[in-house]
Design a protein around this ligand. Structure first.
Ligand SMILES: NC(=O)C1=CN([C@@H]2O[C@H](COP(=O)(O)OP(=O)(O)OC[C@H]3O[C@@H](n4cnc5c(N)ncnc54)[C@H](OP(=O)(O)O)[C@@H]3O)[C@@H](O)[C@H]2O)C=CC1
Ligand SMILES: CC(=O)N[C@@H](CCC(=O)OP(=O)(O)O)C(=O)O
Length: 352
């Protein structure tokens, strides 16, 4: 099996360095190019001493990097970068995994409303595949463009899916997702709200008037439920929170059970839904998952609860940078190139 030739655009950010951490140890990865406009020329291991001894690569500018010679290019960049380079790379036979949102939303107008920019290649949206392997494996295998999911939407979809796949178990019109992310979720940029003295020893909701992950969550939950992308019969209220830790995400999901849903054995349903999934861990009944159980691991752990006879409550944890971003992106690459899905991803979490 020949190694996959890989380029990374945006190698100095948090998802970029997480991709590097996973790919330098990946048995089938050949890292060819990594970009940074600000740090071009610098050794990667000089910027990130955590990678000393693991790579001799230097950062190049996106124009100078040999991206067209790669089999796949990861975009670990802000929204709006991948869509402007997609056509050129596809023409050179390069496949794309975008960690930003350029290829997640299928409706151009919705993308433009939430991301505040015109879409550069709406025609390519039709062929892009939403990269949540647990629900989309077949399409990912053949995809030329994968839109890697947002971190919050990954927890919400995997958490709610078993309740939505069968019609009539829950009131689909009133789902609630209360989610909290560590500060690395905001990226490696200097902004007031993420300074230590602002974010530490504090806990708050944000995006309460609406967050761009809301439309992504609703689009994909509707698809999981077998509905059209804009069918208002399913609606999920999503509230993100910032929690003063570096990595990690905790989502508490609520759904009102119907009479039929109240009869179901939810624990057995979830265990069976994810029985074959290497990266979804359904915990024993009564558990409360903690973020440190997934730190640095490409695993999402969840626990199923029924706090009242008509309420399902699902507790979900993941590392926002691993299963929530770069680990999931590597999982997608493994599927696209016919590699074992767990290649390079079988690391246990870092504890304490
Ligand atoms: N952090 C997280 O937990 C998650 C992040 N994501 C998404 O992944 C993407 C990357 O996030 P993150 O790593 O946190 O971001 P960062 O802000 O930490 O890093 C962004 C990187 O992109 C590069 N970059 C910025 N602008 C451009 C440009 N116009 N052209 C080329 N390169 C550019 C930067 O380097 P330079 O400026 O030197 O070129 C830097 O390496 C974002 O879209 C984010 O929304 C998704 C899920 C989770
Ligand atoms: C804590 C924090 O700020 N989290 C980010 C979400 C994480 C992310 O980057 O997701 P996207 O890829 O969709 O941008 C936010 O709320 O904007």
């Amino acid at each position: 099996m020949s190694a996959v030739r890989i380029g990374i655009v945006g190698g100095t950010g948090y998802t970029g360095v997480e991709l590097l951490r996973l790919l330098v140890r990946h048995p089938h990865a050949d890292l060819r190019a990594i970009t940074s406009r600000k740090e071009a020329g610098m050794q990667v291991a000089e910027m990130f001493p955590s990678l000393r001894g693991h790579t001799d690569l230097r950062f190049s500018t996106p124009d100078e990097a040999p991206l067209a010679d790669c089999d796949v290019v990861f975009f670990a960049t802000p929204h709006g970068v991948a869509m402007n380079q997609a056509r050129t790379l596809l023409a050179a036979g390069v496949r794309i995994i975008d960690l930003a949102a350029d290829f997640r939303l299928r409706d151009t107008a919705t993308f433009e409303r939430w991301y505040g920019m015109p879409h550069a290649c709406p025609d390519l949206l039709a062929e892009a595949v939403y990269g949540l392997p647990e629900f989309n494996r077949q399409a990912i295998r053949k995809a030329r463009i994968v839109g890697n999911p947002g971190c919050y939407p990954t927890t919400v979809q995997i958490g709610f899916a078993p309740l939505l796949r069968t019609a009539g178990l829950v009131d689909r019109s009133h789902l609630i997702a209360n989610c909290a992310s560590g500060v690395s979720g905001a990226g490696r940029k200097a902004e007031l709200g993420y300074l230590f003295a602002e974010a530490a020893d504090n806990f708050k909701a944000y995006g309460v008037k609406g967050h761009r992950h809301g439309p992504e969550i609703n689009q994909e939950l509707r698809r999981i439920a077998g509905l059209s992308d804009d069918d208002a019969a399913l609606s999920c209220l999503f509230v993100p929170h910032l929690v003063p830790m570096i990595r990690g995400m905790h989502s508490t999901l609520y759904a009102r059970l119907t009479a039929e849903g109240q009869e179901a054995d939810l624990q057995a349903m979830y265990a069976s839904a994810y029985a074959g999934e290497p990266f979804v861990d359904v915990l024993p009944a009564g558990s409360a998952p903690e973020t440190r159980s997934v730190r640095g691991a490409n695993v999402l752990r969840l626990a199923v609860h029924k706090p009242t006879p008509d309420t399902a409550m699902i507790l979900v944890v993941q590392d926002n940078l691993t299963k929530g971003a770069s680990g999931q992106a590597v999982q997608n690459m493994n599927i696209m190139f016919g590699l074992p899905e767990t290649a390079g991803l079988d690391l246990p979490a870092l504890l304490p």
